[in-house]
Design a protein around this ligand. Structure first.
Ligand code: EPS
Length: 398
C-alpha cells in the first residue's frame, strides 16, 4: 500500500493536465461532478483573463475507478486543455524578455537557454488544475469521515474582510463566499475588492491578496511530533508554499504570535463531557484557536486554519523593467495574455492542497487497503482515545 501521494504533469498549452494519485483505498465512492465543481470554481472569480473563457475544465478518469468506486490502484485524472498549441511556434513564440516575478529568468538559466517558453509553460498556474483535481479526490475519501474544507478570500490589495469562521457558522460563510465575485464572504469587502481589481486593470497592473483555508472534523493526533518530516504544520506549509505565486503561509495566528505574550497566544484547554461521544474533539474544548488546530506538529481536534499570501500576477500589460536575454539590452518584460487577479482561484487551490495533506496524514495514521479497513482503524482509535485513561492504565515513566 503506497503512501497517499500524487504527481502532476502537463504544460499550460499542451494537450492537457494530468494527475496520478496513489494510495486512495478501495471502496471510496468517487463523484466526479463534485471534482468538476471545484475545477469550475477554480476557473472563476473577478479578475480572470481571457483563457478562462476558452477552457471548460472537467475530469476524465483514466484509471483506478470502477463503476464510480475506487479500486485501490493509482487513480489517473486528466483535464483537457482547449487552448492546446504548444507545438505551434507562431501561436506560442519564444519568450526572450523575462517577467520579473515569474519563473522565466531563473528557469531559463537553469535550463541553459535564452527562450523562457519551455519553463513558463510548466511553471504556469494552469498546473493548479491538476492539484485541485487531486485535492478534490482526496476530499471524496475524507468526507466519509466527516472531514471537510472551506477556503475563501480574506483580502485583495489590502481590501480585507473581518469575518470569523467557526465550526458553527462555516457553512453560512461558504454560502456567502459562493455568492461573491471575489469568493469573499462579505459583500461590502467584495465590492471594495472588485473596485481595487478594476483600478489595477485600468492601470495595466495586477493584484495579489490573502486566502484562508479551514478544515473541519479532523480528529486529534494526525501528524507527528517525533519526526520533523511528518509534522502536519510543516507538511501544510510546504504544500501551500508549493502553490504558484504564494509567498507567505501562516497557521492559526501565524506571524502575530510573535508580538503577544504567551497568555494571549495559547488556547486554554477545557472539557465538555457532552461532546465526548459524538464529536471528533473527544470532548476537549478550546475557547480560542490561535494554534490553528495544530500543536506540536499534530492536529488537536480543533479546526485547522491556514492562511496564504499570493503575490500579484507577474505578467503586466504595461511590462516591467527587464532585459533581452540575447542582447542583454534593457527592455520591458514580454506581455502574454494573463489574469489581473487570481486570488479567488488561489483559495480553491489552497483548499485542495491543504485537504490533500490532511488526507495524507489521515492515511498515515489509519492505514488500510480498503475503506472498510481504514474505517475500522479510525473507529478503534477514537474509541480508545475517548476512553482514556485506559484500563489497565498505560505505563507512565517514573
Ligand atoms: C498563466 C497565464 C495565463 C493564465 C494561466 C496562468 O494563461 P494564458 O497565457 O493561456 O492566458 O490564465 O492560468 C490558467 C491557464 C489557469 O487555468 O489557471 C501563467 O503564466 O502562470
Amino acid at each position: 500500500m503506497p503512501r497517499l501521494d500524487y504527481l502532476t504533469a502537463g504544460e499550460s498549452h499542451g494537450p492537457g493536465m494530468l494527475c496520478i494519485v496513489s494510495g486512495i483505498p478501495s471502496g471510496v465512492r468517487i463523484d466526479t461532478a463534485r471534482i468538476d465543481a471545484c475545477l469550475a470554481r477554480r476557473q472563476g472569480g473577478y479578475g480572470r483573463g481571457g483563457r478562462q473563457r476558452i477552457e471548460r475544465d472537467s475530469v476524465e478518469v483514466l484509471s483506478g475507478v470502477r463503476a464510480g468506486v475506487s479500486m485501490g490502484s493509482p487513480i489517473t485524472l486528466r483535464v483537457a486543455n482547449r487552448d492546446a498549441r504548444l507545438d505551434d511556434a507562431a501561436k506560442t513564440p519564444p519568450v526572450f524578455r523575462p517577467r520579473p516575478g515569474h519563473a522565466d529568468l531563473a528557469g531559463s538559466i537553469k535550463h541553459l537557454t535564452t527562450d523562457c517558453r519551455g519553463v513558463l509553460e510548466r511553471a504556469s498556474a494552469r498546473e493548479t488544475t491538476a492539484r485541485v483535481a487531486a485535492g478534490a479526490l482526496a476530499g471524496e475519501m475524507l468526507r466519509e469521515f466527516g472531514i471537510e474544507a472551506m477556503a475563501f478570500t480574506r483580502s485583495i490589495l489590502g481590501e480585507s474582510c473581518g469575518v470569523e469562521v467557526r465550526e458553527q457558522n462555516w457553512r453560512d460563510v461558504r454560502a456567502a463566499r459562493d455568492a461573491s465575485e471575489t469568493y469573499c464572504p462579505d459583500s461590502e469587502a467584495t465590492a471594495r475588492q472588485v473596485r481595487a481589481i478594476h483600478a489595477a486593470k485600468l492601470d495595466k497592473d495586477t493584484a495579489g491578496g490573502v486566502v484562508e483555508a479551514h478544515v473541519f472534523g479532523v480528529p486529534p493526533g494526525l501528524g507527528s511530533c517525533a519526526d520533523w518530516r511528518d509534522r502536519l504544520d510543516a507538511r501544510l506549509a510546504g504544500a501551500v508554499m508549493g502553490v504558484q505565486a504564494i509567498k507567505g503561509v501562516e497557521i492559526g495566528l501565524g506571524m502575530a504570535c510573535a508580538s503577544r505574550p504567551g497568555s494571549r497566544v495559547h488556547d486554554p484547554i477545557g472539557y465538555d463531557a457532552s461532546l465526548r461521544e459524538g464529536h471528533h474533539s473527544l470532548g476537549f474544548v478550546r475557547p480560542s484557536n490561535n494554534a490553528g488546530g495544530i500543536e506540536g506538529g499534530m492536529s488537536n481536534g480543533q479546526p485547522i486554519v491556514v492562511r496564504a499570501a499570493m503575490k500579484p500576477i507577474s505578467t503586466l500589460v504595461r511590462g516591467l523593467p527587464s532585459v533581452d536575454l540575447n542582447s542583454k539590452e534593457a527592455e520591458a518584460s514580454q506581455y502574454e495574455r494573463s489574469d489581473i487577479c487570481a486570488v479567488p482561484a488561489a483559495g480553491v487551490v489552497v483548499e485542495a492542497v491543504v485537504l490533500f495533506e490532511v488526507a495524507r496524514a489521515f492515511c498515515d495514521k489509519f492505514a488500510g487497503d480498503s475503506l472498510t479497513e481504514v474505517r475500522g482503524q479510525w473507529e478503534s482509535y477514537l474509541k480508545l482515545a475517548r476512553n482514556l485513561p485506559l484500563d489497565p492504565p498505560a505505563m507512565t515513566l517514573a
